[in-house]
Design a protein around this ligand. Structure first.
Ligand code: PA5
Length: 452
């Protein structure tokens, strides 16, 4: 039995139930194309069977290396960008104590990230911290040629070798990349790093249940078996029924497309738990990169409430009416804390004294949902009983499968990302990379810059 529930009743002011149910036929066809591998991007469907087919030996290898890293490192740096880091970060932050970097009894390394930007300040500040602590790192790049992580790795490799010497540094580096292609593969082979493979048929943003996500999550001290078990649970449920009435994946894919057809072109994922921030970031990449093409696609945005009710709340309540919300609602917190009573009651809060904070948060959620529905913002709700490895595994698989279906409903290829190349070509031309000479001339004359 899955724990994740999906509710679209609060969208029915904008769309009719039939608009959602009408998608059933398409949904069935698209499940079939995904499972038979006959649709667009069919050579990137390895993620579908990842959780149920993952090899016991691979899990054990990940756990063993994670344990070794935990023993010798206070910090573990994850170098990667996009799908090569967001899934790990999403799960780690969702499961971690919000202040784990300061927690005294935290036995697992603090996870830090690099290669997801090219900021000189960020990277320099990271190096200064790494001067003071024992650390290990993983460099993750499926293509093995992405500029941001390659730069970060070059810098951190130098730092690590200066700190520990070449041999010890080698044992502190784990490379995760393609089985045969790319500069990182070559480098890992030449330097003798231990490696994990990103399967050919799994794209970056669908790779969290491969070593790309599993190694950092295991190093952070979380149970990757439970994460996988959660994904398997969702997979089995999907296999048991495709009906929109019984299958939350079908219902989510159908509803968001019905809303899109009704002019709701922006989906805002909302959370009321700050530790879910990176789940939204992972979701934004998954949906943005999968659907935003051929001048189509729902724009994926994210907010954290109640924080952003004091910034984005005004726009959502009364701005352009092209948005709908999807709330990720957590039924039970992992901690207990009540609002204390106060004799003087100068802040007037005694009316909620003794109430758990979660109840207050939940009332904020219900009140906001109603206000937004009244303001013309349809509301979808994904609820999980608690935040745990198992429920996050369910959520990950739920989102991945719904993304495949949604992309097919939109008639795009949800498994490629041709648009990501445009900025890279310009950057390479501007930096004078070999092979880009013509583009370099064009771009400098376009910018009216004399290159002498
Ligand atoms: O989802 C994707 O395919 C991308 O976001 C990639 O993960 C990202 O561009 C990083 O690519 P690579 O792992 O090849 O360095």
């Amino acid at each position: 039995m899955i724990d994740l529930k999906f509710d679209y009743s609060n969208a029915l002011d904008t769309i009719k139930q039939e608009d959602v149910i009408d998608f059933q036929k398409k949904i069935n066809q698209h499940y079939k194309s995904l499972l038979d591998k006959t649709g667009k991007g069919n050579d990137f469907l390895g993620w579908i069977n990842l959780p149920s087919e993952i090899d016991e030996q691979l899990i054990t290898k990940i756990e063993d290396i994670a344990e070794e890293i935990q023993i010798k490192s206070k910090i573990f740096v994850v170098i990667g960008i996009g799908g090569s880091y967001l899934g790990a970060r999403a799960v780690i932050e969702a499961l971690s104590n919000s202040f784990s970097h300061l927690a005294k009894n935290n036995n697992s390394p603090v996870i830090l990230y690099a290669g997801q930007n090219i900021s000189e300040d960020y990277t320099s500040e990271l190096l200064k911290i790494l001067d003071d602590y024992d650390y290990s790192l993983t460099v993750i790049s499926k293509s093995g040629t992405t500029t941001e992580p390659a730069i970060a790795f070059r810098i951190l490799k130098n730092h690590l070798e200066n700190k520990y010497g070449k041999l010890d540094a080698r044992d502190r580096i784990i490379a995760i990349t393609d089985k045969e292609k790319g500069a990182l593969k070559q480098l890992a082979e030449d330097e003798g790093y231990r490696t994990f493979i990103v399967p050919d048929d799994v794209g970056g943003r669908y790779s969290v249940l491969t070593p790309v996500g599993l190694l950092p999550i295991a190093v952070a001290g979380f149970n990757i078996r439970e994460l996988i078990a959660g994904a398997v649970k969702m997979k089995k449920h999907i296999e048991s029924t495709t009906y929109i009435s019984d299958n939350p994946v079908s219902a989510y894919a159908a509803t968001r497309n019905a809303l899109y057809n009704a002019g709701k072109t922006t989906e805002i994922t909302v959370n009321y738990e700050p530790k879910l921030y990176y789940i939204t970031e992972w979701w934004k990449q998954l949906y943005g990169e999968s659907e935003g093409k051929e001048n189509k696609g729902i724009f994926p945005a994210g907010v954290g409430f109640t924080t952003d009710l004091h910034s984005m709340g005004q726009y959502i309540q009364e701005g352009l009416r092209n948005i709908f919300e999807t709330v990720i609602s957590i039924e039970k917190p992992n901690n207990k804390l009540v609002v204390p009573s106060d004799e003087k009651n100068l802040d007037g809060l005694n009316y909620i004294a003794g109430k758990p904070l979660h109840e207050v948060n939940h009332m904020a959620e219900t009140g906001t949902t109603l206000a937004h529905i009244d303001g013309g913002v349809p509301n979808l709700r994904i609820s999980l009983p608690v935040i745990s490895e198992n429920t996050l595994g369910q959520l990950i698989y739920f989102y991945e499968m719904a993304c495949g279906l949604s992309g097919y409903i939109l008639e795009v290829n949800p498994f490629d990302q041709p648009g990501v190349e445009a900025y890279k070509r310009n950057m390479f031309a501007l930096l004078g990379k070999q092979g880009f000479e013509k583009e370099t001339e064009t771009i400098y004359s376009r910018l009216s810059i004399d290159r002498k």
